[in-house]
Design a protein around this ligand. Structure first.
Ligand code: PLP
Ligand code: COI
Length: 340
């Protein structure tokens, strides 16, 4: 296998073209056969519903080269199920779990030479997506869809790696409506969050904290990641109709229970930030990103969470344990990894 000439540590979270992607077309009411493509481009109608009306959904998954040389994909079936929920949300045909897992496994195997070496700390990011295609002008669900799985090696989502950073609340923006599409992984949520994301970075913060769009009283989520706080031995994370159910967050909650810590998933008032010993965002790309301080920019109030500006012990333990499972350094007691 010809290893690509890539500086794995410095690639960041940027698109790096790999050898192949895997595709499948939905037409006349059913899914066709998987196809292997070597082009990174697509040829679709200029009247496709994904282009005009945002009829699309996607996923984010990682494949790891373990300490034992084995390749592991983390929580593949949960991602298949979440894509199915997103498809339902936007009236698109569900990608069956078997088709989804086969496409992802094929995409990983075909691009094996791009799975970063164990020691690099980098991973192969897998991006499955479904788009509404075909000639359509009126606002209604498309009749045809394209399901694509592509891959890209990535290192850390944040340039700072595992370190505590500052987040900010901007009260003038929402990423989704109270009963909108926030709970689905669909492009429209990211488009509506872009203005706020750019603004928060201009202000020098690593990420934005969204409040609940109805009352602006509770924490929703943190950029493209969920939020959690830790007080004593309790892990506290928002329950909200307008946030994406994070598979990383779900995994961390299980690890907390395994450690004998309490887990509370409930509305989290903004004021409660002042009581947390630790806080972080979590997600596939973000993993666990500790937060040292949260500024409520419009009110001028600052919540200092880590006085020394360093990741706290519980966030560090969760991060390390999650990574140990993903790299095969500890027992995968919940069966989260698919071995390739
Ligand atoms: N919330 C949003 C808006 C996201 O984009 C992501 C990323 O996938 C997450 C949360 C974290 O979800 P997961 O842990 O399943 O990657
Ligand atoms: C992920 O964590 O997989 C995501 O999809 C986040 C991405 C939007 C940057």
């Amino acid at each position: 296998m010809n290893t690509p000439d890539i500086d794995w540590e410095s690639i960041g979270f940027n698109y790096v073209a790999t050898d192949f992607n895997v595709r499948c077309t939905y037409k006349n009411g059913s899914w066709g056969k998987l196809r292997i493509c070597d082009s990174p481009n697509i040829n679709i109608s200029i009247a496709s519903s994904c282009l005009h009306y945002g009829q699309e959904a996607f996923e984010g998954i990682k494949a790891f080269r373990g300490h034992d040389g084995q390749i592991r994909i983390f929580r593949l079936e949960e991602n298949a199920q979440r894509l199915q929920a997103s498809c339902d949300g936007l009236v698109m045909p569900q990608v069956p779990t078997e088709l989804f897992t086969e496409a992802v496994i094929q995409a990983v195997k075909l691009n094996e030479r791009f799975i970063p070496p164990y020691e690099s700390g980098a991973t192969l990011y897998i991006r499955p997506l479904i788009i509404g295609v075909g000639h359509l002008l009126g606002v209604r669900p498309a009749a045809e869809y394209e399901f694509i799985v592509f891959t890209s090696p990535i290192s850390s989502y944040f340039k700072t790696g595992f370190s505590a950073t500052k987040a900010g609340i901007l009260r003038g923006y929402d990423r989704s409506a109270p009963l909108g599409t926030g709970c689905y992984k669909v492009g429209g949520n990211y488009a509506s969050g872009m203005r706020a994301g750019v603004r928060i970075h201009e202000l020098g913060y690593s990420s934005i904290i969204y409040l609940d769009p109805k009352e602006k009283k509770y924490i929703d989520e943190c950029g493209a990641a969920n939020f959690f706080g830790i007080r004593g031995d309790t892990y506290i994370t928002p329950k909200s109709r307008s946030i994406l159910p994070s598979i990383t967050n779900n995994s961390l909650m299980q690890l907390c229970r395994d450690f004998g810590w309490a887990v509370e998933q409930r509305p989290v008032p903004v004021d409660e930030l002042s009581t947390f010993d630790e806080a972080a965002s979590c997600g596939t790309a973000a993993v666990v990103c500790p937060i040292s301080q949260i500024d409520d920019i419009d009110t001028g109030h600052s919540y200092i969470i880590a006085k020394d500006g360093r990741p706290g012990p519980k966030c560090t333990k969760l991060y390390n344990h999650l990574r140990d499972i993903q790299y095969g350094r500890t027992d995968d007691t919940h069966g989260w990894n698919t071995l390739i």
